[in-house]
Ligand binder design. Structure first.
Ligand SMILES: Cc1cc2nc3c(=O)[nH]c(=O)nc-3n(C[C@H](O)[C@H](O)[C@H](O)COP(=O)(O)OP(=O)(O)OC[C@H]3O[C@@H](n4cnc5c(N)ncnc54)[C@H](O)[C@@H]3O)c2cc1C
Length: 264
């Protein structure tokens, strides 16, 4: 616990140094957020299953008809957010996007707070076994785009020691490079998925700009629980939200983008 607190204060120090203009009020605000979060995280227990969050008020009730769409996407993570944006771009298709979690907040916006989300309801509580075949595509690196919706940038806080460290590497003949570029062996400052220092999530990059489209309906705290298949084609989904069971149908596709563990 002591370590966590020290780490958090270090994070705040970084935050406050990162933006020299950060007002005292905003530092106090983030400190109180952190305190609140730490208080809850000390009581947090790893969830055993999702029934705790998605309890039905009445198990016997029939599923309520939620309507008909061209596409239904289950899971508004990285993949689901991009798909929801692209599929609603033309205005031709009605899309229902279901997300088991809730919206982001000021706490999740701070990149340095990310490790603490592990002790919160943002964590599904899954534990995997070591994988032998993951991350193989890192051998075929891509390059950065410059004007895409998802921003990757160098971390703004660059202490003096970092410059000295990089200079030393240079003097020893090492490459100073963009490690998300063609060559990845060398030295660099850290890059993060942030925009002006705040976390730039798939939600910010792809969902927020699409939220005013009339053909996109996003439901938070909606857990997809059943997929109906006819002639080898998924056509309906059942989901639980606010203690009730709902069903919705899709004329084109039901897309499951619930992450590595929930999708299969
Ligand atoms: C700690 C950590 C750090 C990472 N760091 C990096 C990094 O620095 N760079 C990088 O490129 N990748 C990173 N990754 C990997 C990256 O997060 C994943 O590759 C990516 O999120 C996968 O996208 P996805 O859309 O498949 O799943 P996710 O982004 O996990 O999205 C799945 C979504 O579906 C929702 N969902 C699940 N089941 C249901 C259901 N039944 N009904 C409704 N909604 C549901 C979930 O709540 C979630 O929002 C990291 C992963 C972790 C865990």
């Amino acid at each position: 616990m002591k370590n966590i607190i020290i780490l958090c204060f270090a994070t705040l120090l970084v935050l406050s140094k990162q933006d020299q203009e950060a007002s005292k009020e905003s530092v106090q605000y983030y400190q109180s957020l952190l305190k609140y979060f730490l208080k809850n995280s000390s009581k947090w227990e790893k969830p055993k299953d999702s029934r705790k969050f998605f309890k039905l008020k009445n198990e016997q009730d029939e599923a309520v008809n939620h309507g008909h769409y061209h596409f239904i996407i289950v899971g508004a993570g990285v993949a689901g957010s991009v798909l929801a944006n692209r599929l609603t771009e033309s205005g031709k298709f009605q899309v229902l996007l279901l997300e088991a979690g809730g919206p982001e907040n000021d706490f999740t916006d701070v990149p340095g707070f990310a490790p603490y989300l592990a002790r919160s309801d943002f964590n599904w509580g899954y534990k995997t076994i070591p994988q032998n075949n993951s991350c193989l595509d890192l051998e075929d690196p891509g390059y950065h785009g410059k004007d895409g919706p998802l921003s990757v940038e160098y971390v703004k806080y660059q202490p003096e020691v970092l410059k000295i460290f990089l200079e030393a590497a240079k003097q020893r003949g090492q490459n100073i490079l963009d490690y998300n570029g063609q060559n990845q062996n060398g030295y660099s400052t850290f890059q993060s998925m942030t925009r002006n220092g705040k976390r730039c999530s798939a939600n910010k990059a792809f969902i927020k700009p699409a939220m005013n489209r009339e053909n996109l309906e996003l439901l938070y705290r909606a857990l997809g629980v059943k997929i109906f298949i006819r002639n080898k084609t998924a056509f309906r989904i059942e989901f639980i939200r606010e203690g009730k069971k709902y069903r919705a149908t899709a004329s084109k596709e039901v897309i499951i983008s619930g992450g590595t563990i929930n999708s299969p």
